[in-house]
Structure formats: structure tokens, C-alpha cells
Design a protein around this ligand. Structure first.
Ligand SMILES: NC(=O)c1ccc[n+]([C@@H]2O[C@H](COP(=O)([O-])OP(=O)(O)OC[C@H]3O[C@@H](n4cnc5c(N)ncnc54)[C@H](OP(=O)(O)O)[C@@H]3O)[C@@H](O)[C@H]2O)c1
Length: 336
């Protein structure tokens, strides 16, 4: 035994300088990586508050096109890109809302606007007309923002049409719009495409499984494109917000550190363009994403179980109650 101990000790003494070098290399490697990440976070979330985004959006082209541009996150992108001097193409369904928002933007920011009433749940054939409408515009920035969901419900309660509309709007809309603008961007060798997916596309959410599935698809689509077009001077960002105060969240939610107003969210998200290709767009959401990334899908579900199941039970009850006017179930998505 003594003999074995002596042998191990002497082997250790012979190799200890090597172990020290390996240890130092590991510490240096992780230290440098940590410093690199901290610097990137600084460039994405801190520096833009003082010196603005690294990307000069106006230099990308004359027009910015934003889908789902009349409310929430999309409206804030439209306003903040107009503030930077870009002309704005607004796309969503309701012509009156479009006119109202366009007039507001023209008056506030002294830029041109174009409104395009279009329902992104439309079948593919109807996209031809949209392509023709957008042809001839020098679109330097595209924000594929439009997206729809349904209230938390078990899959078997969700109508087929709602599911079809969600797949069409959340996936087809972004892919087609991207195909319309890419040729112009490739020709110029510059452009920005922001695809608004969701953090729920990176962690499955029971009772909203189709929604989180469509958002995962958009995230993957975007990451593939980054490798196809990133070398051609085009910035393609996958945006993964967590909760933001808009019509999509319950009406009684108030802004908090983790749940910003759409305007604050978009200001932060624009600062990340050109620095982060795949981001929550908002530093507190990045903290949340990091924390959730340490959990398994099951642990994540257990944490949210109570809230998710309460919402599910309430929605199922509403759905089964013949006296409840539940427009969300016939779904905002099926309006045209
Ligand atoms: N809010 C959040 O917490 C959150 C979190 C993560 C990701 N997101 C994503 O962010 C995006 C914007 O969400 P938001 O919360 O800002 O939504 P929102 O406030 O409900 O605004 C939705 C916008 O899209 C338009 N729209 C809805 N359905 C449409 C359709 N079928 N065709 C064309 N336009 C349509 C609406 O205008 P009309 O009704 O007039 O058409 C409106 O301008 C979505 O993709 C969503 O998935 C949101």
C-alpha cells in the first residue's frame, strides 16, 4: 500500500507542472469567454443607450416594412424607425387603423408612409398581389413582426381553423416577406431583417404548443438564413422576447422590470441589431432566458404549472359556457 502511495505521489510530482499549465489554460479560456460575453452584453444593451445602435438603419435603404404594424411591438418598430428617418410601409389587416397610425407617424416624424392592408393568414396565391405592391420600393429594413396566438388551451379544444391560421400567419407570412425583400438587399449588399419569434419558441409551453412550435420554426428558419445571407452584408436577427405589455398579454398586467412596455422593449431591441443575431432583445429577458436554460422542460413546466393550469381551466370553462362571448376562441385570427 505504502509502495502504491509513493508511486502515485511521485507521478503527481512529475506531472504537476503540466497540470498547472492545463489548469491555467482552462481558467484563461473561461475568463476570456466570460469577458467577451460581458463586452458583447455591454455593446448590445448599454452602449446603445448613450450612442445609439451600431447599425445606421437609414443607410440600409429608403423604406422599412413592418408587418403587424398598427399595435404593440410592430407599431413601436414603425415609430422608432421613422424617428431614425426611414419611410415606413405598414402592413396589417384593418385599413382604418393603418390610416390612423400612418397619419400619426407622418405628422410626428415628417417621413413618408405607405399602408398595405393584408391578412397574413391568406393562402399563398394572395401573396402574389402583395409582392407586386411591394415591388419598386427600396426596402432596407424588414420587421417580420406579425404573429398570432390563442388563449391557453389543451390542443384538443383548439379549432382546426385557428391552428391553420396560426401556422400561416406566424410562418408563411415571414418566409414570403423575406423572399420579397431579399433580392433587393442582396443586390445592394446590405439590409436588415428582424424576425420576431418568441422565447416560447425556445422552451415548449403546454397549452400553447402550436404557438411555441410556430415560433421555434421561425427561429430555426432565421438561423439557417443567417448562414445563407450573413456573408452578403445582410443582418438577419432572430428576436426572442419574453412577455411585453401589449394586447397579447392579459389586460391587467402592469409594466415591471421583467415585463416592459412595448416602446421600451423595442428601443432596447433595436440597440442589439448588428451585435446579436439571436437575442431576447431586452436585458432582463436575457437574464430570464439564462435562468430557464438551466432547467429541463419538465422543471420549467413545474415552475409555471399553477399559472398555466389556472389559465387553462378558466379558458376551458369559458369555452364550455354557452353564455360566454369568447371572441378569442372564434379567434381574432380568423377576422379578415
Ligand atoms: N407581447 C408579448 O409578450 C410577445 C412576446 C413574445 C413574442 N411576441 C411576438 O411579437 C409579435 C407582435 O406581438 P404584439 O404583442 O405586439 O401583438 P399585438 O399588440 O396583438 O399586435 C398585433 C399586430 O398584428 C396585426 N395583425 C394581427 N393579426 C394579423 C393578421 N392575420 N394579418 C395581418 N396583421 C395582423 C394587428 O393589427 P390588425 O388587428 O389591425 O390586423 C396588430 O397590428 C408577435 O409575433 C408575437 O408572437 C409577443
Amino acid at each position: 500500500m505504502d509502495d502504491l502511495y509513493t508511486k502515485v505521489l511521485s507521478a503527481y510530482e512529475r506531472s504537476s507542472p503540466v497540470l498547472a499549465v492545463v489548469g491555467l489554460a482552462i481558467v484563461l479560456y473561461h475568463g476570456l469567454r466570460w469577458l467577451g460575453s460581458a463586452f458583447t452584453m455591454f455593446r448590445a444593451f448599454v452602449a446603445p443607450r448613450f450612442v445609439g445602435p451600431v447599425v445606421n438603419f437609414k443607410q440600409m435603404g429608403e423604406w422599412a416594412a413592418i408587418t403587424g404594424a398598427t399595435d404593440g411591438i410592430g407599431k413601436c418598430y414603425a415609430e422608432q424607425l421613422a424617428e431614425k428617418g426611414m419611410n415606413i410601409i405598414l402592413l396589417s389587416r384593418n385599413p382604418d387603423k393603418l390610416k390612423r397610425v400612418a397619419t400619426e407617424i407622418e405628422e410626428r416624424f415628417r417621413v413618408k408612409t405607405k399602408i398595405v392592408p393584408f391578412n397574413f393568414t391568406n393562402p399563398l396565391q394572395k401573396y402574389e398581389a402583395l409582392k407586386t405592391t411591394l415591388a419598386g420600393y427600396d426596402i432596407g429594413v424588414l420587421v417580420n413582426n406579425v404573429g398570432i396566438s390563442h388563449p391557453s388551451l389543451p390542443l384538443l379544444y383548439v379549432k382546426d381553423q385557428v391552428i391553420e391560421d396560426m401556422i400561416a400567419c406566424n410562418i408563411r407570412g415571414a418566409i414570403q416577406m423575406t423572399k420579397f425583400v431579399l433580392p433587393g438587399m442582396v443586390e445592394k449588399g446590405r439590409g436588415v431583417i428582424i424576425n420576431n419569434a418568441s422565447m416560447l419558441g425556445t422552451m415548449p409551453l403546454p397549452y400553447l404548443s402550436t404557438y411555441s412550435g410556430t415560433k421555434a420554426c421561425l427561429d430555426f428558419f432565421t438561423r439557417g438564413l443567417q448562414n445563407e445571407f450573413g456573408q452578403k452584408g445582410i443582418i438577419i436577427q432572430s428576436l426572442l422576447p419574453f412577455w411585453v405589455i401589449t394586447n397579447m398579454v392579459p389586460k391587467d398586467w402592469k409594466p415591471t422590470f421583467f415585463t416592459p412596455l412595448a416602446d421600451d422593449y423595442v428601443r432596447a431591441a433595436l440597440g442589439t441589431v448588428g451585435v446579436l443575431d439571436r437575442t431576447t432583445g431586452y436585458f432582463p429577458h436575457t437574464i430570464q432566458r439564462w435562468l430557464f436554460s438551466k432547467l429541463s422542460d419538465y422543471q420549467h413546466y413545474m415552475i409555471m404549472k399553477k399559472a398555466l393550469e389556472e389559465a387553462r381551466d378558466k379558458n376551458v370553462k369559458d369555452l364550455e359556457n354557452p353564455n360566454t362571448q369568447a371572441p378569442a376562441f372564434s379567434n381574432s385570427v380568423t377576422k379578415s
